[in-house]
Design a protein around this ligand. Structure first.
Ligand SMILES: Cc1cc2nc3c(=O)[nH]c(=O)nc-3n(C[C@H](O)[C@H](O)[C@H](O)COP(=O)(O)OP(=O)(O)OC[C@H]3O[C@@H](n4cnc5c(N)ncnc54)[C@H](O)[C@@H]3O)c2cc1C
Length: 469
């Protein structure tokens, strides 16, 4: 007789979603979180009257993606999602909408005209070759790009690459642009192409459809159509009340057969004859029929002996370090009079989001809260990276320094694994029987919370396959 059916190590959004879903299968679940509160990278807290999130967040694929599926099937309380708004690029001239189709791209005068033409030709070429299965998608974006692009254009592509993979354009594959973006659907556990349709009146497509694999070709050609017409229907949102509202809705939905212990650092995963039997924290030991690990897979070898080939794969997991600077402004600035987010890419990139525009209660009355995120080099001195980041903000938003009332820094690894060309993604099964893995280093679909939700759906599928559910 074990203490629990399942022990979940880690109380971030992946661990909590794992616990919630497993509990609905009647399992008695224990969640062990090393920190004094749960939530991990999905939380909010107050600094000098401003409620900051653990990094600026856009919750994606909400209309029909994996989180929507979990919400519909398992949540008792659902956060109020506010429409995300628009993605902009900021230059010295102000804000311009980031194009999401070729039509818009033609008039995107942030980049030189010659470069826009070269880029749209390169994208069309990639999609066409992909449609016929002739694309070497494993090459990097940088290698695929036409030669002769300006520094600004290369900086722009490099600023966008982390949205797709977490890393630079030299480390991100062309496949990631096609499958990790909304141009080609990146869902696998859903019936991938069930509602894919050939663009209206495309007889070219329908003739070829008969000649080649129906599903693949219609889906791939519809990608071309979507690119031309921007028929992308993925809702993105920000939770009213801040990111912690998403966390709270998971916690409020948790039934009584889930126990959560904070301040419980798991330092060993116990095994007997190649099977997991439970875990040990600094002070206690708990037994269970199965263990779900949602911490860094990269650090799994310090918790349990693993076969050398798996350890070698794990050593290929690549991560990114982010620096977010939250600025509480003494008054609203016209520069941030929008819903959505902005990217700055010239000689240093940031992604910024004025989160108090969604919900004014996030900032004291009449004030504004903006988060700026940078990718930083973990080998460089953190203080000099902070200084460089601040200089970029001052350059992009002249006069902001006079409005700063609160400044708060966060240094966080946003995803447990970047999806790079040579990187490794662990999957949900470990080499040890009854030890499962969940989180953003176990699934390569999408990014962030959406990827975490994919990993949990996949965890359920795998555990069902293993007759654990
Ligand atoms: C700046 C920034 C911007 C982001 N932007 C977005 C965005 O726009 N959209 C989006 O969807 N996502 C975004 N994300 C990513 C998103 O927040 C994460 O992907 C998600 O919260 C990860 O959840 P997780 O549970 O997989 O991991 P984590 O949040 O890292 O949770 C893991 C938990 O396990 C605990 N743990 C680890 N080891 C142990 C142990 N041995 N014993 C006990 N406990 C342990 C940790 O303390 C932690 O609480 C962003 C993140 C950052 C930092």
């Amino acid at each position: 007789m074990t203490d629990y059916d399942v022990i979940v190590i880690g109380g971030g959004i992946s661990g909590l979603l794992s616990a919630l879903t497993l509990s609905k299968y009647g399992k008695n679940v224990l969640v062990l979180e090393k920190n004094s509160s749960v939530g991990g990278n999905c939380n909010s807290y107050t600094v000098d009257g401003f409620q900051v999130d653990t990094g600026p967040h856009a919750i994606t694929h909400l209309r029909e993606g994996p989180l929507r599926r979990l919400i519909d099937e398992y949540f008792t309380y659902v956060p109020v999602f506010l429409d995300y708004g628009t993605y902009y690029v900021r230059t010295e001239k102000g804000l311009t909408k980031i194009p999401s189709n070729i039509q818009d791209f033609v008039t995107f005068d942030v980049l030189p005209r010659k470069d826009r033409l070269l880029l749209s030709q390169a994208l069309t070429k990639a999609l066409t070759l992909n449609a016929f299965g002739m694309l070497d998608g494993s090459q990097s974006i940088y290698d695929f790009l036409p030669k002769g692009l300006s520094k600004d254009t290369l900086d722009f592509v490099d600023a966008i690459a982390p949205f797709l993979s977490g890393r630079s354009m030299k480390e991100t594959s062309v496949n990631r642009v096609l499958y990790g973006s909304s141009f080609v659907r990146d869902s696998v556990s859903e019936d991938i192409f069930k509602d894919e349709a050939v663009p209206n009146g495309n007889s070219y497509a329908s003739t070829l459809t008969g000649m080649l694999s129906k599903y693949q070709l219609t889906a791939r050609l519809s990608t071309l159509g979507r690119l031309a017409t921007n028929r992308v229907a993925y809702a993105q949102a920000y939770p009213r009340g801040g990111l912690k509202s998403l966390l709270n809705s998971v916690l409020y939905s948790m039934p009584s057969n889930v126990s959560i212990k904070t301040g419980a650092h798991v330092c060993e995963i116990l095994t007997l004859d190649g099977r997991t039997t439970g875990v040990a924290t600094d002070t206690d030991t708990y037994t269970a029929d199965a263990v779900v690990y949602s911490g860094f897979v990269k650090t799994l070898p310090s918790l349990v002996p693993l076969p050398s080939d798996f350890k070698e794969n794990i050593s290929r997991i690549e991560q990114t370090l982010s620096l977010t600077i939250w600025l509480g402004l003494s008054e609203k600035m016209k520069e941030f009079d929008y819903m959505g987010s902005e990217v700055w890419f010239k000689n240093g990139a940031y992604w910024a989001m004025p989160i108090s525009n969604y919900d004014p209660t996030i900032a004291p009355k009449g004030k504004q809260l903006v988060g700026f995120t940078f990718i930083i080099d973990d080998k460089k001195n953190i203080e000099s990276e902070k200084k460089r980041a601040l200089e970029i903000i001052m350059r992009a938003i002249p006069g902001i320094d006079k409005k700063i009332e609160m400044m708060h820094y966060q240094i966080i690894i946003p995803e447990k694994a970047a999806v790079t060309i040579n990187g490794f993604i662990a999957g949900q099964r470990s080499p040890i029987a009854n030890l499962y893995l969940a989180g953003t280093d176990t699934d390569n679909r999408s990014m962030g919370v959406t990827r975490a939700a994919y990993s949990v759906l996949e965890l359920l599928r795998v555990m069902k396959e293993d007759k654990k559910l």
